[in-house]
Design a protein around this ligand. Structure first.
Ligand code: CA
Length: 257
């Protein structure tokens, strides 16, 4: 008896692209936490993640999402904002107090994007609903690649970079200002290290998305760069509105000097 073949639509013929992709990636499956209260969306996400070779768990409210996330066994978290019991902003902050796991915020409202950009939540990225599953998968892949250090920033130049009061130690992943350690998220560190390794050279947002975030073919949102720069400035600049390290080149992008 092969009961499983009786389930309609569940047959994936061996040798197809989907089957091959699934098989080659099962060796080191990454596990993703989906925090989403809308069952249909959660199910679509789960199905596509599974198809792309990921493991997943679903949490259907904010409290459950935070509780599960803090167990710490996820490689990435997809976090909706409008959630019962605890909103996504609070969940995000709660996770960040303890863990560096990449977090992609999922939002249906443009106001939320402004909030994600304006608050120091520690989110790594965001997508807006309705999103294309291919874009989301590309973002997931880029964030996973970055968090697993496959995108190595400035590591070839392993010596400590000193810029006035600021010191960046690529070997220890440590940033200090006036010898006081500054707590940076992985992406904040990567961006700073990249700009520092290329001092004085301005980069377009698209270039930073490709080199630092690991996004290919414009899958990233340029505002992601702006929000990360703004978080970095809040942490390293004495007066973030008058930066002394990370400068904007009007109509172009950013550079460190
Ligand atoms: Ca929701």
């Amino acid at each position: 008896m092969r009961n499983e073949t009786n389930i309609p639509g569940k047959d994936v013929p061996a040798g197809t692209d989907a089957a091959d992709r699934f098989m080659t990636e099962t060796n080191e499956k990454k596990k993703i936490l989906i925090v989403e209260d809308e069952k249909n969306i959660a199910q679509v996400l789960a199905f596509n993640l599974m198809q792309a070779g990921y493991d997943y768990e679903i949490a259907s409210d904010g409290e459950e999402g935070l509780r599960r996330a803090l167990r710490g066994n996820f490689d990435l978290i997809l976090l909706d904002i409008m959630l019962p019991k605890m909103d996504g902003f609070t969940v995000c902050r709660g996770i960040r107090m303890r863990l560096d796991t990449p977090i992609i915020m999922v939002t249906a409202k443009e106001e939320d994007v402004d909030k994600i950009l304006g608050l120091d939540l520690g989110a790594d990225d965001y997508v807006t609903k309705p999103f294309s599953i291919n874009v989301l998968l590309a973002r997931i892949k880029a964030n996973l690649r970055r968090s697993s250090n496959e995108v190595v920033i400035g590591a070839k130049n392993a010596s400590v970079i000193r810029i006035r009061a600021l010191s960046i130690d690529p070997e220890k992943y440590l940033v200090t200002k006036d010898d006081v350690p500054i707590a940076l998220s992985k992406i904040e560190y990567d961006l700073l290290a990249f700009l520092a390794a290329n001092q004085g050279k301005p980069f377009k947002r698209e270039e930073l998305l490709e080199s630092v975030w690991g996004y290919k073919e414009f899958f990233g949102d340029r505002r992601t760069v702006d929000v990360t720069v703004s978080r970095l400035r809040n942490k390293i600049e004495s007066d973030p509105t008058h930066p002394e390290y990370i400068f904007s080149k009007h109509g172009y992008g950013y550079y460190l000097a």
